[in-house]
Write a protein that binds this ligand. Structure first.
Ligand code: NAD
Ligand code: ZN
Length: 243
């Protein structure tokens, strides 16, 4: 931990790369190891354009359930720690695979959302995008302009990433000298290229996760533990290094 904090405090262009695990302690379940009502479905069977075409009601019921969980969720100490690192001038940005918006809610300013945001919807007919403030009511929701079927404006398996977000992530990753990888299994591509690109360009990689991840092979440091416990301790250490 001390060594990681020293390297982070000494870095010039540190970036965080986060996944579902960073929001686990806010009560938002991860994909791998999700619980409850939806356990019998695999996300790969719901978060796809094919699933939506086959059964938009089913996919929307799942998203409504997730929206309700996220609506009730607050940022946890892990999100707050990352926002704090940005305020300290230590972290340049957070690149996230999450769609829950909790990094911004925690106060992070530069957030690159690789997989979209669950609080936006897009019309499958006219292509317009709209923000939504609350979990959807009637299912499936309809476009207020053309009456077309709305879908969540998130990236599903097999879909390309939003170009702007991807390019920003690429540029951050190629210039990063330190990447803090938090709560991601590292198996979802192309997102998982980001820490690999950072590594290839010479960044020090620190992985924070209670379990093994597919990115452990590039980790210079591996801190095993829950994000909401580890990150606040890391920030405290970084502060000590800065004074
Ligand atoms: P994942 O579900 O594949 O992996 C979650 C990782 O988090 C695992 O490595 C697990 O060990 C770790 N983890 C569990 N609890 C943790 C904790 N308390 N602290 C730190 N780590 C913890 O998630 P992924 O890698 O993000 O990839 C799945 C895809 O699912 C992403 O593309 C993302 O868009 C989507 N997703 C998003 C959310 C969200 O927005 N909150 C939630 C679920 C899935
Ligand atoms: Zn429309």
């Amino acid at each position: 931990m001390e060594e990681v904090a020293r390297a982070l405090a000494a870095s010039k262009s540190a970036v965080a790369f986060t996944g579902a695990g960073v929001s686990a302690e806010s009560g938002v379940p991860t994909f791998r190891g999700a619980g409850g009502l939806w356990e019998r479905y695999r996300p790969e069977e719901l978060a796809t354009p094919e699933a939506f075409e086959r059964d938009p009601d089913l996919v929307w019921r799942w998203y409504k359930w997730r929206q309700e969980l996220i609506y009730a969720a607050d940022p946890n100490p892990a999100h707050l720690a990352l926002a704090e690192l940005e305020r300290l001038g230590v972290l340049k940005a957070v690149i996230t695979q999450n769609v829950d918006g909790l990094h911004r809610k925690a106060g992070s300013r530069r957030v690159v959302e690789l997989h979209g945001n669950i609080w936006r919807v897009r019309c499958t007919s006219c292509g317009r995008e709209f923000p939504v403030e609350k979990p959807v009511g009637e299912i499936p929701p309809r476009c207020p302009i053309c009456g077309g079927l709305l879908r969540p404006a998130v990236v599903w398996f097999g879909e390309p990433l939003p170009r702007g977000a991807w390019e920003e992530a690429l540029s951050l990753a190629s210039s990063a000298d330190f990447m803090l990888v938090v709560g991601t299994s590292g198996v979802v591509y192309p997102a998982a290229h980001i820490p690999r690109i950072a590594k290839r360009n010479g960044a020090v990689i620190a992985v924070v996760d209670p379990g093994e991840t597919a990115l452990d092979d590039i980790a210079d440091f591996k801190i095993r533990g829950k994000a909401a416990e580890i990150l606040p301790r890391l920030v405290a250490e970084v502060r000590r290094c800065l004074t």
